[in-house]
Ligand binder design. Structure first.
Ligand SMILES: [Zn+2]
Length: 392
């Protein structure tokens, strides 16, 4: 199918970023993906680009779920076809546009501030579903980022205009601006006094105050520089609310007042460590008593519920001292963990463990001296009887 050519779409969002509803003529409608691509003579739908997501909304009765631009022609992905030649009313999802513009404008302020302050370039920018990532080609410390965040928010509080204009080539020569790539033709400049001058074709809020807040959530090393994860505006508020909800939930669980959660958690962990220590001491005492009761036996089997898995091998070793076999079991969900030690050189622990696993179900591995694994069934008496039958 040969692709139809269309005139470049008039970009209403460039000269009137506040436009949320408009009238246009349908130039074309083509099946695409799981819907249709609709081409108009003019549009207020911003197409995906420069790190910013596409506008969503409606064209007549059709839902617009994406918009993309190629060669100046903007295609609107719709869930229903429209008729070429018909007039149509377009409406932008205003909440989504505001969110995208808040993130985008906040990124300008933060990136402009960081690049000027620390002499680096913004080399990546993406507005995700929940957060925004911004990449710089220079290492920054937490203190650097905290300073930049503070300065960027001061720009928000000054509530200065976000200007967008296309200067003449002569005028452009006199403007120092940030740009990720070389640009042919007209260059649209976005200028925020005291924070940023940048080549950009995205949508922005009218003044910096509309960004609300710029909050850096994290900083990681990335490709020799840093990647910051950021939320602005409504996302910053939502994030604060999520954190507060979690904070309150933890506060209730610990019965600790806000402001004392770290201390309460430290106390809880110290208590847990103390209990684990006392439990292990108790487990060792019980184990020693059970081992002592079998001192005269050639085959010794001890089930030790309280024993820590880390002491399984050591316990089996001491149990097997002076015996043919020492088997220690820690029963748990999905079977008993075990360690089997051969006390004299005449028998192989690995072979005996394999025989037990074949008979009672389970898996194991090890050497002639010591084997370890999990047994799915078998009580101590049955296991002892089985070990008695092992002849090598
Ligand atoms: Zn921009």
């Amino acid at each position: 199918m040969s692709e139809r050519t269309y005139a470049a779409t008039e970009r209403l969002f460039d000269r009137d970023p506040g436009c949320r509803a408009f009238d246009a003529a349908v130039l074309g409608c083509e099946p695409a993906g799981d819907g249709w691509d609709v081409i108009l003579d003019r549009t207020a739908f911003f197409p995906e680009g420069g790190g910013q997501g596409a506008d969503h909304g409606t064209l007549g009765g059709a839902r617009v779920t994406d918009a993309h631009e190629k060669g100046g022609v903007i295609r609107h992905r719709c869930d229903a076809p429209l008729t070429p030649g018909d007039p149509v009313r377009g409406e932008i999802d205003a909440a989504r546009r505001l969110d995208q513009s808040q993130q985008h404008t906040g990124e300008h302020i933060l990136s402009g501030t960081i690049c000027a302050r620390f002499g680096c370039d913004n080399v990546g920018f993406h507005i995700g579903a929940d957060t925004v990532t911004v990449d710089f080609n220079r290492a920054l410390t937490d203190e650097d980022v905290a300073l930049a965040e503070r300065l960027a928010n001061e720009c928000v509080w000054r509530d200065v205009p976000v200007e967008a204009f296309v200067p003449s080539p002569e005028e452009l020569e006199t403007i120092a601006y940030r740009s990720k790539k070389a640009i042919d033709g007209d260059v649209r400049i976005v200028r925020i006094e005291g924070a940023d001058t940048c080549a950009c074709c995205g949508t922005h809020v009218p003044t910096t105050g509309c960004v609300g807040q710029i909050k850096v959530l994290s900083r990681i090393s990335y490709k020799g520089g840093v990647r910051l994860t950021v939320v602005c505006g409504g996302r910053a508020l939502a994030h604060a609310n999520d954190l507060l909800a979690e904070y309150r939930a933890v506060s209730r669980l610990l019965s600790a007042k806000p402001g004392t959660l770290a201390d309460a958690t430290s106390r809880l962990l110290a208590e847990r460590d103390g209990l684990a220590f006392r439990l292990e001491k108790l487990a060792q005492r019980v184990f020693a008593r059970d081992a002592e009761a079998q001192r005269g036996e050639a085959i010794r089997v001890v089930e030790a519920e309280m024993l820590a898995p880390a002491s399984l091998r050591k316990s089996a070793g001491s149990l097997a001292s002076g015996a043919r076999f020492g088997l220690v079991l820690i029963p748990g969900e999905g079977g008993s963990s075990f360690a089997l030690c051969a006390g004299d050189g005449a028998y192989s622990a690995a072979a005996a463990a394999k025989a037990l696993c074949e008979r009672f179900g389970g898996r194991c591995g090890g050497s002639a001296e010591m084997a370890q694994g999990v047994l799915l069934s078998g009580d101590p008496a049955a296991l002892r009887a089985a070990l008695t039958e092992v002849t090598a």
